[in-house]
Structure formats: C-alpha cells, structure tokens
Design a protein around this ligand. Structure first.
Ligand SMILES: Nc1ncnc2c1ncn2[C@@H]1O[C@H](COP(=O)(O)OP(=O)(O)OP(=O)(O)O)[C@@H](O)[C@H]1O
Ligand SMILES: [Mg+2]
Length: 197
C-alpha cells in the first residue's frame, strides 16, 4: 500500500515519504501548513487512492477529546427507563445501547483499514491534543461503562524498535509546536523516516 499522489493532488517527494512512513508504521501523521495548502485534501486523496474509507472528525472550539472515543447517552436511557413499560424495558437494561461510538472507536474497530482525518485540530481547546495523546499512542482506550478495552486491530505488531526512541527525542526537545500538537509523527523527522523506509 503506497501513496504516490493522484491526478488531482500534487504531492512532493517529502510529503509522499511522510505519508508512506505513517502508513507503514500505522502511526498518526501531523500535517501543519498555511491555509489552503492541501492538508484536508491530502487525507481525502490518500484515502481515495488507497481505496480506504475516510472517517472525518471536524474539530471546533467546543469539541472535547472524549467525543472522539465515545459518549454515554444518559438522557436517552433515563427517558427510555420512564417508558420501559412499553417494551418490557429490555433496551434500557443493556448500557451498550446508549454508548455513542466516536470516530476513534469506529476507526480502531473497522473491518478494513481506514483513514481518519482529525481536521482543524488547532481550533480546539489547548488540552485537546493532550487528552488524546495516550489513546493515539497506545491505539487503545477503555470504555468504563461497558468494561471494554477498545483496541486498534493488529496494532501491537506495528511498533518498530526505532519509534520509542523518536518519541523520546520529541518529548525531550521541548519545541513550541510539539507542546501545542504533541501527537508524535512529525513529518520533519525526515532522517528517521529515510532510515525505516
Ligand atoms: N497539493 C495540491 N494539489 C492540488 N490542489 C491543491 C493542493 N493543495 C491545495 N489544493 C487546492 O486548494 C484547495 C484547498 O485545499 P485544502 O482545503 O486541502 O487546504 P487546507 O490546507 O486544508 O486549508 P485550511 O488550513 O484552510 O483548512 C483544494 O480544494 C484544492 O483545490
Ligand atoms: Mg483544511
């Protein structure tokens, strides 16, 4: 599975290298750039050219990280419990019926590999990237309501030995952008990607 650009999208060698490194490692790719430079379109074109479904999560100032994992719809459950006589209350007994799966849940458990675009991440609250750091790093999270570990399919086999070193280096360098966007996988780490591809 390799991205080589498309008829609609002009991609530089560096960009293709970064995209293919992220695909190989199955790690997130953080794309930064001026407005209109093709960040959103990149995700669309990569998904299209590799035949992967594209899941999109458009971030707003009010978006919370938890919404990308799941939400528990307690209000609907309460309403259903008050009308439980109608169907014997079967639905309300199962808490899973009230768990709204977020895009990360959907992406982690999809039958086939998907591309997930978390767009306009800079619009979010400053804590937003930090709140997803562990989930994106480990590619898993826990749903307390259903007592389920939601884990990305075949993720464990994807960690290569060099990656933890890169993560450590990123953590140590204290770059301002990394404080704002600490999701690893910086495309500027070209030397690293050249070593592994
Ligand atoms: N590399 C490219 N190849 C072809 N067209 C491009 C490319 N980059 C940008 N464009 C054109 O610019 C338009 C805007 O791109 P896009 O919406 O992906 O930018 P963006 O980086 O996501 O901007 P913003 O930061 O405002 O969200 C695209 O619809 C496309 O027409
Ligand atoms: Mg965009």
């Amino acid at each position: 599975m390799k991205f080589t650009g498309t008829d609609n999208y002009v991609a530089t060698q560096d960009l293709m290298l970064a995209v293919n490194a992220a695909i190989t490692l199955k790690r997130p790719l953080l794309v930064k750039g001026e407005p209109g430079t093709g960040k959103t379109m990149l995700a669309e074109e990569v998904a299209l050219s590799l035949g992967m479904p594209l899941l999109q999560w458009h971030i707003k100032s009010t978006t919370k990280a938890q919404q990308g994992l799941y939400e528990y719809d307690a209000v609907s459950r309460l309403r259903d419990s008050q009308m439980a006589d109608l169907d014997g209350g079967e639905r309300v007994k199962n808490i899973e019926n009230y768990i709204i799966k977020g895009v990360l849940w959907q992406a982690f458990t999809a039958e086939q590999p998907v591309a997930l675009l978390i767009d306009e991440i800079d619009k979010a609250d400053i804590e937003f990237p930090n709140d997803l750091l562990r989930e994106i790093d480990r590619m898993e999270f826990y749903c307390y309501e259903t007592r389920q570990l939601i884990r990305c399919r075949d993720h464990a086999s994807n960690r290569c030995g060099a990656l933890p070193q890169l993560e450590k280096r990123i953590a140590q360098c204290g770059d301002e952008n990394l404080l704002r966007y600490p999701q690893l996988a910086r495309i500027e780490e070209k030397a690293f990607y050249q070593r592994i591809t």
